[in-house]
Design a protein around this ligand. Structure first.
Ligand SMILES: Cc1cc2nc3c(=O)[nH]c(=O)nc-3n(C[C@H](O)[C@H](O)[C@H](O)COP(=O)(O)O)c2cc1C
Length: 366
């Protein structure tokens, strides 16, 4: 457990809760059970990143994911953020627009999802979910979407979050503009790398202008191929985006996802391709994707990253930082309940280490 100063925030350890969509926000409104879930994972001086949270009514692509564009949603987030703060943790909201990764029935008036393109995404490999044919945004509509991000960032601060993480990863709207497999535009938002990144750069500028660079991070996954968003030159894309972040003095953090795990000598290995970006970036660097205790300790000790975000094992181990500290065994995650909608099962019912008094969450329930 080593201390780290991330901008104005004093972190007591390097174990970050990665953003995890949990599909338990009925009607796109976060529910009281989220206060239990997040405060279970909160530690004094620990950083939690909330699940991807929609910036507008067109931002939704999955059932029961939370939003932050209405007054009701903002009010619903407040007790959740309070519960996390009572544990002394730092809480960021990941703000999100799915773009074409959606279906007409999740959109206002059953309209087509919006995107950089009108090219449809193939059905999801595992769930077989079909995505609807998107509608290509007109150039003059894009500032309105940028403004949705700005407003969502403001709302997150009103709800009490310490800052926001712009979701620029995993094939969602920002990547549908950034990556050349998806972006087939011929206006100033398509074509060259600079043009393809323009939308993301405008979102970053608007969010920074609204809440201050000291409260803004971004998640990027230049190497990923999710949702048929692939770039022919991910290294150039990553470098260009890091340069854009550096233009904002004090931009808080860059959170990057490793390429998919590679099999080397029969063992799954993290490719560790992020070091050049970490070296180029002026702020705090967070790495994610396939880390465990040993690999996480190693990359922090080597200076490969400042912080490590953990997804699936933090989902299954509410007391993950403590387990790491003690080198205790971990609960196994249950993939079948990742995206189910029960308020308890696969959500707040993963056990704590038996001797851990922090499993008493009654005082933090909303
Ligand atoms: C159930 C689940 C939900 C996820 N939801 C999000 C999300 O909302 N936003 C995001 O950026 N990544 C999301 N991810 C990706 C994780 O944040 C993380 O990058 C990924 O699980 C790899 O890290 P890990 O090997 O530590 O699990 C999700 C992953 C899982 C398993």
């Amino acid at each position: 457990m080593t201390l780290f100063k991330m901008g104005q925030f004093e972190l007591s350890h390097r174990v970050v809760l990665a953003p995890l969509t949990r599909c338990r926000s009925y009607g796109n409104v976060p529910q009281p059970h989220a206060a239990v879930y997040y405060s279970q994972r909160a530690t004094k001086g620990g950083l939690l990143i909330a699940e991807a949270t929609g910036v507008s009514a067109t931002a939704q692509g999955y059932p029961a994911t939370p939003g932050i564009w209405t007054h009701e949603q903002v009010e619903a987030w407040k007790p959740i953020v309070d519960a996390v703060h009572r544990k002394g943790a730092i809480f960021f909201c990941q703000i999100w627009h799915v773009g074409r990764v959606s279906r007409n029935e999740l959109q206002p008036n059953g309209e087509a999802p919006i995107s950089s393109t009108d090219k449809q995404t193939s059905p999801a490999a595992v769930s077989k979910t079909e995505y609807s044919k998107p509608r290509r945004l007109r150039t003059d509509e894009i500032p309105g979407i940028v403004d949705d991000f700005r407003r969502a960032a403001r709302n997150a601060i009103v709800a009490g979050f310490d800052g926001v993480e712009i979701h620029g990863a995993h094939g969602y709207l920002l990547e549908q503009f950034m990556k050349d497999s998806a972006n087939d535009r011929d206006d100033e938002y398509g074509g060259s790398l600079e043009n393809r990144c323009r939308f993301a750069v405008e979102v970053i500028g608007a969010v920074v202008g609204e809440v201050g660079a000291h409260r803004v991070g971004i998640r990027l996954s230049p190497f990923a191929d999710y949702m048929e968003c692939v770039d022919s030159d991910p290294v150039a894309l990553g470098h260009y985006m890091v340069q854009q972040l550096n233009r904002h003095e004090g931009f808080l953090y860059c959170h990057m996802v490793e390429p998919r795990m590679a099999i080397v000598d029969g063992r799954r290995q993290i490719p560790h391709r992020l070091l050049p970006f970490r070296k180029a970036f002026n702020g705090t660097f967070i790495a994610a994707g396939g880390y465990d205790r040993e690999e996480g300790n190693k990359v922090v000790a080597e200076g490969y990253t400042d912080l490590v975000a953990y997804g699936r094992i933090f989902l299954a181990n509410p007391d993950l930082p403590r387990r790491f500290e003690l080198d205790a065994p971990l609960n196994k995650y249950d993939r079948s309940t990742f995206y189910t909608q029960d308020p308890v099962v696969g959500y707040t019912d993963y056990p704590f280490l038996e001797d851990d008094s922090s499993n008493d969450v009654s005082s933090t329930q909303a």
